[in-house]
Ligand binder design. Structure first.
Ligand code: GLN
Length: 481
């Protein structure tokens, strides 16, 4: 058998249930893998090896006593460090929260635990989820396991790198404007941003509530389905959540009407464009129609996204004021003119920039000029997409317009950094589901295909992705580490 840490989630559960190996053996193999590669990758902010081992032993005991070990029994999960985990530090990769230990589990964590999953630790991100490379993490950047000189994408860069390198079976990220799909694409794994409302956000530390969703990053489409069915559903603690039907793996994906979006391809690197066109040919092999179309409101997506996301961020981050959250300065240090700012100056440059932009577009003189206009553009885009989905089942294009790039290439120019999100923000603005699937490499660097569907049509995304995954034989394990 190959290394245990290489197994997919469904193989782990089957292997443990059939007695091929114990949960403890599996977890030991994953921990050993982390010891071997973590010094090169820096995926984890916190690692709970001891907790993971004792959960594994519990699973083995349950199995001996013929008790149910749960649908995810023994699967190790890495969690983006902006999702609250009881008694495990949750930092958002920010100095402001560096010692914050939540007193409760987010709903997704509760679901995972109830189904036998083992929470292995917390994964690196750009501070508060703002960024596309993990370079804005206040602790360290994460490296791309396919080439250590390159960024892994962001903001859930720790999730993408850890899953690709076998440091955990699967991970949970959050996606406000592409943060699941960008690192999944750059690290050659599968990432799904669910329809807005499909997964509870309770326990997710807010960046921009109207845009974000929690979702899985995995090494196979089948694993994505497994995790989604555990974490989705209505939650009394999140009023935007809604119950929806479970998804399944079907062997047939015939007769899907697919459209390639011209604007998503137009500005892309040549290597990316070539790979996406050759992948679209593969859809014909699996008996799907594939035509090229144009979306006229796409030009407005990126500026609308950055206006709205910053506006919501400026309001959400107001709670870090030394009183509700922050450093908890002793009251003796209270000075009326600097008590708040003493904590707020500890935000990183990018987070401060977002707070400034957000406060500006919400200020009375500019509210209708910027914030309201962005909201109108968002509605226009959503309407245009919903109309297109009456005709087409799926819209496709590159997840990222460019290949992964080297550290330092974009960090000094925020606009360059924002531009890499041009294809991913669309799904967040429209609230629709989108998946990224690894479809090729150029110079050893991964390329991902993005597939978008109408709200709650995750099943169609899965059908197309599963068929494509079986058609394209993609290298799964990076050679480097
Ligand atoms: N890169 C985008 C941003 O900085 C998306 C981040 C995310 O999805 N959390 O806002």
């Amino acid at each position: 058998m190959s290394n245990l840490y290489d197994l997919l989630a469904f193989e782990v559960v089957e292997g443990i249930e059939e007695g091929l190996f114990t949960a403890e053996e599996y977890v030991c193999s994953v921990i050993k893998r982390i010891e071997d590669v973590e010094s090169k990758l820096h995926s984890f902010i916190s690692l709970d090896s001891e907790g993971a081992l004792s959960s594994a032993k519990l699973i083995d005991r349950k199995l001996k006593e013929k008790e149910n070990i749960g649908l995810l029994g023994g699967v190790t999960v890495g969690i983006k460090d902006n999702i609250s985990t009881k008694d495990i530090r949750t930092t958002c990769a920010s100095n402001i929260l560096k010692d914050y230990v939540p007193s409760y589990d987010g709903t997704v964590i509760r679901h995972l635990k109830e189904n036998g999953a083992i929470i292995l630790g917390k994964l690196n991100l750009d501070e508060f989820g703002m960024g596309s490379t993990t370079e804005y993490s206040r602790f360290m950047p994460t490296h791309n396991p396919w080439n250590l000189d390159y960024v892994p994408g962001g903001s859930s860069g720790g999730c993408g790198a850890a899953v690709a390198a076998g440091e955990c079976t699967v991970s949970l990220g959050s996606d406000t404007g592409g943060s699941i799909r960008c690192p999944a694409s750059f690290c050659s794994v599968v990432g799904l941003k669910p329809t807005y409302g499909k997964v509870s956000r309770y326990g997710l530390i807010s960046y921009a509530n109207s845009l974000e969703q929690i979702g899985p990053i995995c090494r196979s489409v089948k694993d994505v389905v497994m995790i989604m069915n555990i974490i989705s559903g209505k939650d009394m603690n999140d009023n935007t959540s809604i119950s929806s039907s479970p998804i399944t793996i079907n062997d047939k994906s015939n007769n899907l009407d697919i459209a390639i979006v011209k604007e998503l391809i137009d500005g892309s690197d040549d290597a990316v464009t070539r790979t996406i066109y050759s992948t679209s040919e593969k859809f014909k092999e699996i008996r799907c129609e594939c035509n090229e179309i144009s979306i006229k409101n796409l030009n407005y997506a990126l500026p609308s996204y950055y206006t709205l996301a910053s506006a919501e961020a400026s309001s959400n981050l107001a709670r870090y004021d030394n009183i509700r959250y922050g450093f908890d300065l002793p009251i003796d240090d209270y000075k009326w003119d600097n008590y708040f700012s003493n904590v707020r100056k500890n935000f990183g440059e990018e987070v401060k920039r977002r707070i400034l932009i957000g406060s500006y577009v919400l200020s009375s003189g500019y509210y209708s000029k910027y914030y309201l206009k962005a909201r109108r553009l968002r509605s226009l885009l959503r309407l245009e997409l919903l109309t297109l989905f009456k005709k087409y089942d799926l819209l496709i294009g590159p997840t990222m317009p460019i290949l992964p790039f080297k550290f330092g290439e974009k960090i000094d120019d925020p606009l360059k950094m924002y531009l890499v999100d041009i294809n991913t923000v669309i799904a967040n603005l429209a609230g629709i589901p989108a998946i990224t699937l690894p479809v090729g490499f150029s110079n050893g660097l991964p390329i991902g295909l993005q597939i978008m569907a109408a709200p709650f049509e995750e099943q169609k995304l899965i059908d197309a992705s599963y068929a494509l995954e079986n058609t394209i034989n993609i290298q799964r394990r990076p050679n480097l580490i």
